[in-house]
Design a protein around this ligand. Structure first.
Ligand SMILES: C[S@@+](CC[C@H](N)C(=O)[O-])C[C@H]1O[C@@H](n2cnc3c(N)ncnc32)[C@H](O)[C@@H]1O
Length: 255
C-alpha cells in the first residue's frame, strides 16, 4: 500500500469486526473444500501486509485459497498441505488461475511440523518469507485425514497445541523480522464446555515472542447441515445454556 494515496483504498477494512455476507467465488475459487476460508480473508491481508513480488507461506494450504489470491495480487506463494490427494487437486486448481503478474506458486505435500523449510526455500531460490498465514484445523471439528500428523487428529487440547507449536517452530524462523503473521481459527464446544482454542493459540504465539497487533472477529457461516437444523440447534442452545458459534478469529501478529 502506498500511504500517500491512502484515501484510494476505501475497500481495505480497518475495523476489527469483519462481516461478509457472501464468499468471493470468482475465477477458480470454489467453496467445495469443507473447511476452507473465504478468499476475502487472504485478499484483505495480502494487500495490506505484503507488496507485489514478495513471498507468502501458508503451511495449512487446503484447497489453495491463499495461493489463488497470491496469483491475483502478484505475490509469490508457497503452500504446504499434509493430505496428498488434496495437495494434488489444489495444485491442479491453482495452476488454472491466470498468472498476470508472472509470480511463482508452489504446492508442496508434507507435514508442516516436520518438513525441511530451508530446502524448500533453496528450491525457490529465496531465503525467507514476508508473510505467514495459518489456518489450522479447529482441532477435530472437521477431520481432514487419518494421518497422525494432522492437527485434526490431536487427542486433547494439549496435544493440539503441541502440534500447532511444532508447525510454528518449524516455520517462524523463516519469516522476516518486523513482518506479519496471521492465524485464522475458531473455538470448539465439547462435553458441555466452550473450549477457547483461539485464545490458547493466541497465547502460544505471544509466548513465541510475537506482538499481538489485532484480534479480528469474523462472522462464520453455518454449515448447510446446521442451517437445516436451525430450530434443533436453537433448542439445544437454550437447553444447554450456550450460544451457537457465529464467529471465528483472525489474530494478527508482528514478528
Ligand atoms: C482449515 S484447513 C485450511 C483451508 C484453507 N485455508 C483453504 O482455504 O482451503 C486446514 C488444512 O490443514 C491441513 N493439515 C492438517 N495438519 C497438517 C500438517 N501437520 N501439515 C500440513 N497440513 C496440515 C489439513 O489437511 C487441511 O487441509
Amino acid at each position: 500500500m502506498n500511504l500517500n494515496r491512502w484515501k484510494e483504498y476505501d475497500d481495505i477494512i480497518t475495523d476489527s469486526l469483519w462481516i461478509f455476507d457472501k464468499r468471493d467465488s470468482s475465477g477458480v475459487h470454489k467453496a467445495d473444500y469443507w473447511g476452507n476460508f473465504i478468499p476475502q480473508i487472504p485478499n484483505q491481508l495480502l494487500r495490506r501486509y505484503t507488496k507485489k513480488g514478495e513471498w507468502v507461506l501458508d503451511p495449512f494450504l487446503g484447497s489453495g485459497t491463499t495461493l489463488i489470491e497470491c496469483k491475483r495480487l502478484g505475490r509469490n506463494g508457497l503452500g504446504i498441505e499434509l493430505n496428498k490427494q488434496v495437495a494434488k487437486a489444489t495444485s491442479e486448481r491453482v495452476v488454472k488461475e491466470k498468472n498476470n503478474f508472472d509470480v511463482q506458486t508452489e504446492v508442496i505435500s508434507g507435514d508442516s511440523g516436520a518438513i525441511n523449510i530451508q530446502s524448500l526455500l533453496k528450491k525457490i531460490k529465496v531465503s525467507s518469507f514476508q508473510f505467514l498465514i495459518m489456518h489450522p484445523p479447529y482441532w477435530d471439528i472437521i477431520k481432514f485425514s487419518n494421518n497422525r500428523s494432522d492437527l485434526s487428529n490431536a487427542k486433547s487440547t494439549r496435544d493440539f497445541l503441541g502440534m500447532f507449536r511444532k508447525v510454528a517452530d518449524n516455520t517462524f524462523p523463516f519469516l522476516d523480522k518486523g513482518r506479519y503473521c496471521v492465524v485464522v481459527i475458531g473455538d470448539k464446544y465439547s462435553s458441555g464446555e466452550w473450549i477457547p482454542l483461539g485464545f490458547y493459540v493466541m497465547q502460544e504465539m505471544m509466548n513465541k515472542g510475537f506482538k499481538l497487533k489485532s484480534t479480528i472477529i469474523k462472522n462464520f457461516d453455518q454449515t448447510t447441515a446446521k442451517r437445516n437444523q436451525k430450530e434443533l440447534w436453537r433448542y439445544r442452545a437454550l437447553a444447554g445454556g450456550f450460544y451457537i458459534f457465529k464467529h471465528e478469529y483472525i489474530f494478527l501478529f508482528q514478528k
